[in-house]
Design a protein around this ligand. Structure first.
Ligand SMILES: Cc1cc2nc3c(=O)[nH]c(=O)nc-3n(C[C@H](O)[C@H](O)[C@H](O)COP(=O)(O)O)c2cc1C
Length: 237
């Protein structure tokens, strides 16, 4: 990761302070792993930089502009990037900290080629992505409150963290449901009692013109959402 990631994490007026930080400080500021996160906050505050609001601003912007892109290049993704993406997934909240998620990373060319056979026709754009990240969980792997399948929520939260971290690193990440679960299990050896909940394609952005016409059109269509007025209820439904 470059030092500029640390600079980006601060608002404009504060970023010059970060630029003046000694390299050791910047390393602390950019390696968001394990308990070092506490040190980052302390360091930002010491430098007069409001870490929390700077971070919130940045994440909000990334949530807003993230897209599930389909135009992948076949350029390989460095392992450090992949590790930080997996770390972001691992950091997700889960019901009673059950952490139902399991991540199966496919990056070997032969394995990927076999896995491509399991994709639905509509998802053949995924064949260009250098990484297929399978997220699997046991149906009884989450907490059992309300009789709800909370393992799905654990996986969903981990998946969003993964999508956002990949986007933050300048990569495309696209979650999918269009594949044959049994075939993927056969290829990867995922035990029968686990369910594959999603397959996330990850890679650098490629040339949109290399997609077929249908997918090219999808890429050009804005990603809309239901308005808040339709989905938010204040105090009463
Ligand atoms: C559970 C899930 C399954 C999805 N399955 C597919 C899929 O099989 N193929 C595909 O092209 N996109 C798939 N998507 C991506 C959605 O179509 C996409 O997130 C949605 O249209 C909103 O677009 P955006 O993520 O670019 O904002 C899936 C997304 C989720 C969360």
């Amino acid at each position: 990761m470059s030092a500029s990631k640390g600079v980006m994490a601060c608002s404009k007026t504060q970023s010059t302070r970060l630029m003046n930080m000694r390299p050791a400080h910047i390393i602390l500021a950019i390696s968001d792993l394990d308990h070092k996160i506490v040190l980052h906050r302390a360091k930002y505050l010491l430098e007069g930089c409001d870490w929390l609001s700077a971070k919130t601003e940045l994440i909000l912007e990334e949530i807003l502009i993230r897209r599930s892109g389909r135009a992948f290049s076949n350029q390989s993704v460095p392992d450090e990037m992949l590790e930080s993406i997996l770390e972001a997934g691992r950091r997700a909240p889960s019901c009673a900290n059950t952490q139902a998620w399991n991540f199966i990373v496919l990056k070997n060319k032969d394995v990927l080629e076999m896995a491509h056979e399991a994709l639905s026709r509509g998802n053949s754009w995924g064949k260009r992505a250098p990484i297929m990240l399978i997220v699997a969980a046991r149906e009884d792997g989450g907490c059992s409150s309300h009789g709800l399948p909370y393992f799905m929520m654990d996986v969903g939260l981990a998946t969003e963290n993964i999508l956002l971290q990949a986007f933050h690193l300048g990569l495309l990440a696209h979650p999918t449901a269009g594949w044959n679960e049994e075939k993927l299990k056969d290829i990867t050896g995922i035990p029968q009692e686990y369910r594959i909940v999603t397959v996330i394609f990850i890679g650098y952005e490629g040339d949109i013109e290399e997609l077929d016409e249908r997918n090219r059109e999808k890429e050009k269509t804005p990603s809309t959402r239901r308005p808040l007025s339709e989905i938010v209820h204040w105090d009463k439904w």
